[in-house]
Design a protein around this ligand. Structure first.
Ligand SMILES: Nc1ncnc2c1ncn2[C@@H]1O[C@H](COP(=O)(O)OP(=O)(O)O)[C@@H](O)[C@H]1O
Ligand SMILES: [Mg+2]
Length: 296
């Protein structure tokens, strides 16, 4: 989520479609130069990703590059490092530089074509896979890992923006601020984990029958349990909130509620910055209040 917040907080955003159109011919040419039969087409569906579907010598592949700039490159390098740590060379088949016409280079990951999940996941399964990934990563940390402090700083900006625009009631803002302050105070004692940062249904895919967690660009040094709570805040998982919000992470219920409130606050903020909230069925105030009112 931090990557998207950063993207929508700047005014001079790169044009993703134009960027994809710049990368495509360079990528195609570079892959074809090996003499293999190659087809590459833009892949749609991600948010900030510059991604392509490909067929290389008869094998279905997926290629992921990044937007211009050193930070975007570092985030994709971080993703590659985590994927290799988790899955060896079965998901990152290759990583190489694509050289563009303007002389710059982009890091590119070559992956097998994975499939989306056949149907919705249950909370117990989501909690298990989130927990397993963090556990397998253990104390290992990739370079360029943001800390949870960035979330706390973003939350302060989010509360200010939503309050200024009258998109959140004063009492709701006050209670959210109180919960997040408590989370900040308890932070040093909470169990640390390398968190995915965007653990949503679309970032869990299938390699054959095995689940694979992809898209680690938003990974951060966080709290064990955060990813599962984040997963619960997706609209398609909303029906699970009343029964699955508490007691699945090992964290105290007030901490679980604080993390849920922080995530929904930041998602609302992101929706306001990007303009997407105008199309959302549930406005920010209702989404946040729903978390504050969950009974445990
Ligand atoms: N290896 C893959 N095979 C097939 N589709 C993929 C693969 N990796 C990602 N995708 C698809 O592309 C989308 C965007 O890729 P992702 O890595 O999640 O980037 P973003 O940061 O844009 O979300 C995913 O949600 C998924 O639908
Ligand atoms: Mg994704």
């Amino acid at each position: 989520m931090l990557g998207k917040i950063g993207f929508f907080e700047t005014d001079d955003r790169p044009d993703i479609a134009a960027d994809r159109a710049r990368v495509l011919p360079a990528l195609r040419q570079q892959l074809q130069s090996s003499g293999r039969a190659v087809s590459v087409t833009p892949a749609l569906g991600g948010t900030l990703g510059v991604c392509f579907d490909a067929e290389i010598a008869g094998e279905k592949r997926f290629l992921k590059t990044h937007l211009p700039g050193a930070d975007a490159r570092a985030s994709l390098a971080k993703e590659a490092d985590v994927l290799v740590r988790l899955y060896g060379s079965t998901i990152v088949l290759d990583r190489f530089d694509v050289r563009l016409a303007d002389g710059t280079a982009r890091l590119c990951l070559l992956m097998p074509a994975l499939l989306p999940l056949a149907g919705p996941m249950q909370p117990a399964e989501a909690a298990a896979i989130a927990g397993e990934s963090s556990e397998r990563l253990g104390d290992w940390r990739p370079d360029h890992l943001p800390s949870f402090q960035l979330y706390l700083a973003s939350a302060a900006r989010a509360l200010e923006t939503l309050s200024d625009r009258n998109l959140i009631e004063q009492a709701t803002a006050a209670e959210t601020r109180r919960l997040i302050a408590r989370l900040e105070e308890r932070l040093p004692k909470l169990p640390a984990a390398l968190c995915h940062g965007d653990f949503g249904p679309k970032n869990i895919m299938l390699a054959g029958t095995e689940l694979r967690v992809i898209d680690w660009e938003d990974a951060f040094d966080g709290i064990a349990g955060y990813d599962y709570l984040y997963w619960l805040t997706f609209m398609e998982n909303r029906a699970f909130l009343p029964t699955a919000a508490f007691g699945r992470t090992g964290l105290a219920p007030d901490i679980e509620r604080a993390i849920l409130a922080l995530v929904v606050l930041l998602k609302s903020y992101l929706a306001v910055r990007s303009g997407a909230y105008l199309k959302h069925a549930v406005p920010p105030q209702a989404r946040i209040a729903e978390i504050l009112e969950l009974s445990r």
